[in-house]
Design a protein around this ligand. Structure first.
Ligand SMILES: Cc1cc2nc3c(=O)[nH]c(=O)nc-3n(C[C@H](O)[C@H](O)[C@H](O)COP(=O)(O)O)c2cc1C
Length: 432
């Protein structure tokens, strides 16, 4: 696309490069003398999950610069945005799909650097680089889900992805590089389910159970090209009651110990209320808390209250309500297993987990992950008391042998939640 040579031109090209999902209008040129101020206002007419080029227009963006060279620079800025919008429409789709992936606290700690329409680097944010082992492990699983969404969305537009892993804790290097090329990728049929996938925390999921054929089909889809990891179905491949016990004890620990309690509630956005969503963090309305328990639940976020209740066994009760009961009331529970706990294996497990989630969504099934029981048994997880960690590891070893459990999930049928977590605009995750 040609660069634009004047304000009016720039404006016309900007609107024509839009997809109709966004309305852009710019105010008059204000001021004179040493400063010229141009306001470009973009009004979003789409939800956070809509895919399209509009995501690259920053809302309420104000360009400020000097009048002569500044105007040229301003034109260049608009033209640049416009060129990116038109050149990288596919890229916008692909990265929007990446951002739609789940993350433990609904906060992706990565940024995309678009190097060309064939190459993207993923960088860790400062939150990623300063995170505890526990948070970093969750970030690696979430990163796997992002990579899987990107790979599936790319396949849907006839591109395959080559992944260059780095995953070191060196902030001067990207976590991974993605190279796109023309050619058939895998699992393109799952792309349609990326915007539909969500967490459902309804207390009970209805049956019927997955049939043996359905389980085999899911296992085949999720292990194709991810040879290191596998799914273990409770009651079929591994002991269900042992897994439920491990989930209960770990969920109780999140309410018993101060640092885990702080971690748990730090991501809950009570400020948005019970009816609204939020782009980062967990909207309370998505947590599946019954209306009559909302006030007491909020009170539990106060550590002195929780600590006092724990003297009467409050944490044990929460372990049953938050972990054991939902799993017991679901027709199917499974565990994602990895060969070890290295960052690369956690990432691969995250890819498998996300693929399973999309596949089950395509079958009309609700889905909820439970991360704590596996996470608390990871060797290097220093956020957990050593005795607890050792007990969790022993417990899992009896169930899954040498394989490393990464995450548990339950699935079945349930009404969709009234409130779902949202996502920030894509541009907030793009490095210029
Ligand atoms: C690694 C990982 C761990 C998660 N752990 C839990 C969990 O223990 N309990 C839970 O209810 N949801 C869990 N989730 C779901 C996230 O909270 C959820 O994906 C996020 O809030 C975004 O919401 P969405 O899935 O509806 O898009 C986890 C997700 C990921 C990727």
């Amino acid at each position: 696309m040609a660069r634009c040579h004047g304000a009016a031109n720039a404006w016309r090209q900007m609107t024509s490069s839009g997809t109709g999902l966004v309305q852009v209008s710019y105010g008059n040129l204000l001021g004179s003398g040493s400063r010229t101020r141009v306001c470009v206002r973009a009004k979003r007419a789409m939800s956070a999950f809509d895919m399209g080029t509009a995501g690259l227009v920053r809302l309420g963006h104000t360009f400020e610069m000097g009048p002569a060279s500044g105007l040229v620079q301003w034109q260049a800025t608009l033209a640049f945005k416009e060129i990116r919008l038109s050149l990288h429409e596919h890229m916008t789709r692909i990265l929007t799909a990446g951002l739609a992936a789940p993350s433990a606290d609904n906060r992706h700690t990565i940024r995309f650097q678009v190097i060309s329409d064939r190459e993207v680097s993923l960088w860790g944010t400062s939150d990623y680089h300063t995170a505890s082992y526990q948070r970093r492990a969750l970030a690696h699983v979430s990163l796997g889900a992002v990579v899987e969404n990107i790979s599936i969305q790319a396949a849907a537009i006839q591109r395959s992805v080559h992944i260059r892993l780095n995953l070191e804790s060196d902030p001067s290097r990207p976590l991974l590089g993605l190279l796109f090329s023309e050619g058939a990728g895998s699992h393109a049929d799952l792309a349609a389910w990326i915007p539909e996938r969500h967490t459902n925390r309804a207390l009970a999921f209805r049956g019927p159970e997955l049939s043996a054929m359905e389980r085999a089909e899911i296992s085949a889809v999720v292990t194709a090209d991810l040879p290191g990891c596998r799914l273990a179905w409770c009651g079929v491949d591994i002991d269900r009651s042992q897994v439920l016990r491990l989930v209960r004890v770990a969920e109780a620990e999140r309410f018993r110990v101060r640092n885990q309690h702080a971690e748990l509630f730090s991501s809950v956005r009570f400020d948005v209320g019970w009816k609204r969503t939020c782009a980062e963090g967990l909207p309370p309305g998505a947590l599946g808390v019954e209306p009559f328990l909302r006030l007491p639940f909020r009170a539990l976020s106060n550590w002195p209250v929780m600590r006092t209740l724990n003297l009467l066994g409050g944490h044990s009760l929460m372990g049953v309500r938050a972990g054991q009961l939902p799993c017991a009331l679901a027709p199917d529970v499974a565990v994602v297993l990895a060969p070890d706990d290295s960052p690369a294996s956690l990432l691969e497990a995250g890819r498998m987990f996300q693929r399973a989630w999309l596949k089950l969504t395509s079958m009309g099934r609700a889905f909820q992950p439970f991360a704590a029981s596996a996470l608390f048994g990871l060797r290097a997880n220093d956020a957990v008391e050593p005795e607890f960690r050792a007990r969790a590891r022993d417990g899992w070893r009896r169930v899954t042998g040498e394989a490393t459990p990464v995450i548990v999930f339950r699935t079945g049928f349930a009404k969709p939640p009234m409130v779902r977590a949202s996502r920030p605009p894509l541009i907030d995750h793009i490095l210029e």
